[in-house]
Design a binder for this molecule. Structure first.
Ligand code: MG
Length: 390
């Protein structure tokens, strides 16, 4: 038995506890009640699920970010409720917290991520926006306080695992794997007319609707390349993408001697979530083990720029740097929302994002307030440019 197993449970705050990652994180915590303790939970509104989570876990802190939301009689003795957007920062910077899991989606995750890191709290980061919009601010905050940014996403977790015990100078190249999403085999000429229902049918992973559409456009993988650059301090030209339909290899690292390390596991988000929560320890899981013989073969292919234009828009935004990635992210979020609402066609997601990027006047090293105003501008512009003027 090592020291960490005899130590007290790790005290965890989960921002976004009712979302896909938050719910799976709570499952992982239930697998290991001796290792983890939930001390804070935050969600947007007082849904039935959130009330259940609070009643069952009785955390010291709870937060609801939507104005006017409250827990009425559902607040247990000993739980303090923080309300409004500042509630997330309050939870993220509370004393007696060992790890903050940022699993909110959207820009709401940015301020608590920065707050936690500045307060010296390690952050398990599942929120893409924080690194895409403000990677320079997030990594600076982490560097100044020495707090770790621990990746939760399966690809970045894979890279993080491959890099254990390695020197950063030894990295030649990092390769992110992409399943190709719902339309990897769909005739390109017919992509314009696919429906939201079709886009939401991911072949390998079970995730929220926004990220499932981003997987179908491959925008998700483009964003993940930019995240990898920040997390592992790599230039864009050292990070690539390969299509890998089986989602068994979650990413690879090639070293200067030509060796490549890959991390393999079944596609189950609870595994990288557990690695992030338990880090630096490895804990057992009740998940079915990976059966390579049942998988049979692993395949790899090139990413087609006609099928997956969004991935290339993301890489281009990353090359341009400054406020371009924040612009791309915000425009994409609105475009995906319009597509899911049936207001634009699937191929118009890329068109709209590109049109917003073309109109953007960049800021080189934006402060947080500038990042947020760029975000708001890109959203407005995307809506205004949408063919339906939605
Ligand atoms: Mg991913």
């Amino acid at each position: 038995m090592n020291d960490s197993q005899t130590a007290r449970p790790k005290r965890i705050v989960i921002l976004g506890s009712t979302g896909s990652i938050g719910r799976q994180a709570l499952e992982v915590i239930d697998w290991h009640p001796d290792c983890f303790e939930v001390v804070g939970l935050a969600a947007r509104g007082a849904s039935e699920l959130f009330r259940e989570q609070i009643a069952r876990r009785r955390p010291a802190l709870a937060a609801l970010t939507e104005p006017g939301e409250t827990l009425d009689g559902a607040l247990p003795d000993g739980t303090r409720l923080c309300r409004g957007p500042d509630g997330l920062v309050e939870l993220a910077t509370a004393p007696n917290v060992d790890l903050v899991l940022v699993a909110t989606s959207g820009t709401a995750g940015l301020a608590p991520t920065l707050g936690a890191l500045r307060a010296g709290r390690p952050v398990a980061l599942a929120n893409k926006e924080a690194l895409i919009m403000a990677g320079h601010l997030v990594m600076r905050a982490a560097g100044e306080s020495g707090a770790a940014v621990i990746p939760v996403d399966s690809e970045h977790s894979a890279i993080w695992q491959c890099l254990r015990g390695e020197g950063m100078d030894w990295i030649r190249r990092v390769t992110l794997t992409a399943s190709g999403g719902a339309f990897r085999d769909f005739p390109i000429a017919e992509l314009a007319d696919v429906t939201p229902e079709q886009a939401l049918r991911h072949p390998n992973w079970s995730m929220g609707p926004k990220i499932t559409v981003d997987s179908a456009t491959l925008m998700n993988k483009g964003l993940e390349v930019l995240e990898a650059c920040w997390l592992f301090d790599l230039p864009l030209d050292q990070v690539g993408i390969v299509l890998h339909r089986e989602s068994i290899i979650h990413s690879l690292v090639e070293f200067v001697d030509g060796s490549q390390k890959a991390q393999l596991a079944i596609p189950d988000m609870r595994l990288p979530i557990q690695y992030a929560l338990g880090y630096p320890d490895r804990l057992p899981t009740p998940s079915a083990p990976l059966d390579l013989i049942a998988v049979g073969s692993l395949t790899f292919g090139e990413v087609d720029s006609r099928r997956f234009r969004c991935a290339f828009l993301a890489l281009e935004a990353g090359r341009r740097g400054g406020s371009f990635p924040a612009t791309l992210n915000a425009a994409n979020e609105v475009a995906v929302e319009l597509f899911l609402g049936g207001l634009i066609r699937f191929d118009q997601i890329a068109e709209l994002v590109n049109a917003v990027l073309e109109r953007h006047v960049p800021i080189r090293d934006p402060e947080l307030c500038e990042v947020l105003s760029v975000d708001a501008w890109a959203r407005r512009t995307c809506r205004a440019l949408a063919p339906t003027s939605a």
